[in-house]
Design a binder for this molecule. Sequence first.
Ligand code: NDP
Ligand code: 8X3
Length: 250
Amino acid sequence: MKTALITGATSGFGLACGRRFAREGWQLIVTGRREERLQELADEFPDTPMHQVVLDIREVDRVKDFVTSLPEQFAKVDVLLNNAGLALGVDPAQQASLTDWDTMVDTNIKGLYHLTRQLLPAMVARNRGHIINMGSVAGTYPYPGGNVYGASKAFVRQFSRNLLTDLVNTRIRVTNIEPGLSQTEFSIVRLHGDADKAESIYQGTDPITGNDIAEIVYWVSSMPPHININSVEVMPVCQSCGPFLIHRDA
Ligand code: NDP
Ligand code: 8X3
């Protein structure tokens, strides 16, 4: 039985991916801060072996303990889905909260690379594994208010490429998924709980869903072992890239 470790499995993409891999007969290691959501996922799939761990990915010492104390049955991770992450705020840089910036860096960058670093030696020893990182179109294209969030996802994109370079003499695969506008709890979190404002972001659009991303994540993980999908950039049809901005003096 194959094993997928999914961070941020309590909502959105991570939850949808958990369901998808469970339906395909994989066993799961699922993490997130909301214990009741992890339990709900386990209850939904009573026949799926599931190791649920309440873990704040920013607590890097706990990340290490989490990896070293994986039960024997779950210790051989075939897919690591580094999905836990968030955006906080849409203010321009000169007004943005430094606390929010630190939280994004600690979660999207440091949490992701600590967990990856802790798991990699076992993958290299087995010469097997697939690291799937959740990047974003925000890591490639700038937009107003994207500042540190976009920069954190640019880190994820380049880290993914550099991992591939370091691992070129192994069978380990690395993929960066780069979604655009997607309806999850992402915007509610970004707007600090303002659900109405978050809903308005998706009004009149046909956004990506968690199930859409789960389909893509499962697809990249199902490629023949000699194939590595380096990255998948995906937007809903209603989205495109903006023009360059030019400010003209009056
Ligand atoms: P959700 O808010 O629905 O899910 C985010 C997940 O991340 C939750 O399970 C949450 O779990 C977890 N998480 C956040 N902070 C932490 C933390 N400190 N420790 C552990 N887990 C944490 O949003 P999405 O599903 O949309 O987001 C998933 C990923 O996809 C993120 O990396 C996001 O940046 C990225 N993304 C999202 C897009 C979108 O438009 N929605 C587009 C492109 C990329 P809990 O709160 O229980 O800890
Ligand atoms: C989330 C997509 O465009 O809101 O990463 O930054 S976007």
